[in-house]
Design a protein around this ligand. Structure first.
Ligand code: CTP
Ligand code: MG
Length: 335
């Protein structure tokens, strides 16, 4: 059945290229929004360096990996080498500094899984989360941004998938569905697997960029300007790719044994990673290997209820693209 479905993409799927591209274009943030983000970062750098001259601020997450929608919040990482001060004390001090400079809604969340300070800048209207020394996130942000520069179809596909996930309520890690980061990795892996491939495996190539963070070696090829033609042998359109993406996750992925791995550019086996059974809260019902923290399964948030929700949503999307006369309406219908 799966094989048959795969061969039978709707003949008029190409009619969806224009609407998908229109959605993509409408979600891209305007240049002036990016300028306002920079302006806020500059203000924060000024305030932070008064207290900690050696500290640095990095943007990470979607605002820096090129997968952000218009009007997104920004994620900032403060790197600081005060080994003797606890993270929570730095966060409280930081909250103090920001508060006294008229930033709004300043809140230190010292007990969160990733402790942060939240704030809103009244001048630009931008909200921001600041975390401390989360350097792996800064590095995986660069990896995603570098992939996005190789073939524009990655950014287009990921925008459609993120927009679908947000519309359908399956982009909520606290409810057991997947993070935006996980969805982008699913898109990268999917494009690595197309025949011919649309994306290479940057971590499998010659190392041109390398850092060691918390004992993790992060090494990959980052001269992506040399890879601009990489995907040109594959002529698939965005509509075909969106169709094939949902068809893959609905009807072709082996949920029992497969782990998707951007690091290797391949599917690897759950047995190989010892992800075959539940350990603590990690159930490994859908497995997405983090490219650097390879013991992290980004599907670990998914439980026995939400895996059903997720798979039903994949099937719904695949079926809409297969049979619905007006797929764009149904695909992004608020849940
Ligand atoms: N991140 C991570 N490990 C996770 C989840 C997130 O390292 N399990 C880091 C990644 O660097 C990611 C960033 O945190 O880019 C933000 O994650 P997330 O909120 O999922 O993604 P955004 O790209 O910011 O998405 P959105 O536009 O929906 O805010
Ligand atoms: Mg974010």
């Amino acid at each position: 059945r799966n094989f048959k479905r795969q061969m039978e993409c709707r003949i008029d799927i190409e009619g969806l290229n224009a609407p998908f591209l229109a959605i993509y274009e409408s979600l891209i943030p305007a240049e002036e929004e990016k300028a306002k983000q920079k302006q806020l970062l500059t203000l924060l750098e000024k305030l932070v360096s008064k207290e900690w001259p050696k500290a640095r601020l990095y943007l990470y997450g979607s605002c820096a990996n090129s997968f952000d929608f218009s009007k997104s919040d920004i994620d900032v990482c403060l790197t600081i080498e005060e080994a003797d001060i606890k993270k929570s004390e730095i966060l409280l001090k930081l909250a103090d500094i920001l508060q006294s400079d008229n930033l709004q809604n300043v809140q230190a969340l010292t007990r969160a899984r990733v402790p942060i300070v939240k704030l809103k800048d009244p001048v630009t209207g931008i909200s921001c989360d600041i975390c401390i020394n989360n350097v792996l996130a800064v590095v995986n942000t660069k990896l995603l941004r570098d992939y996005a520069q190789i073939d524009v179809r990655l950014r287009q596909l990921a925008f459609i998938v993120k927009h679908w996930a947000k519309s359908r309520g399956v982009n909520e890690t606290y409810q057991g569905t997947l993070s935006s980061y996980a969805y982008v990795l699913m898109c990268i892996h999917f494009l690595q697997q197309r025949k011919p491939a649309i994306l290479p495996c940057l971590q499998g190539m010659e190392t041109t960029y390398s850092v060691t963070v918390e004992d993790v070696d992060c090494a990959f090829f980052d001269r992506v300007e040399k890879l601009r033609d990489f995907g040109s042998h594959n002529k698939e359109s965005i509509a075909q790719l969106v169709w094939a993406f949902f068809n893959y996750w609905a009807y072709c992925h082996d949920y029992t044994d497969a782990v998707i791995s951007v690091r290797t550019g391949n599917i690897i086996s759950k047995r190989l990673k010892d992800w075959t059974r539940r350990i603590g809260n990690d159930r490994h019902l859908i497995c997405i290997e983090d490219p650097f923290e390879t013991s992290h399964d980004l599907g670990r948030v998914v439980d026995k209820h939400s895996i059903k929700v997720l798979r039903e949503e994949f099937e719904r999307a695949a079926d809409i693209l297969q049979y619905d006369p007006n797929p764009c309406v149904a695909l992004f219908e608020p849940y």
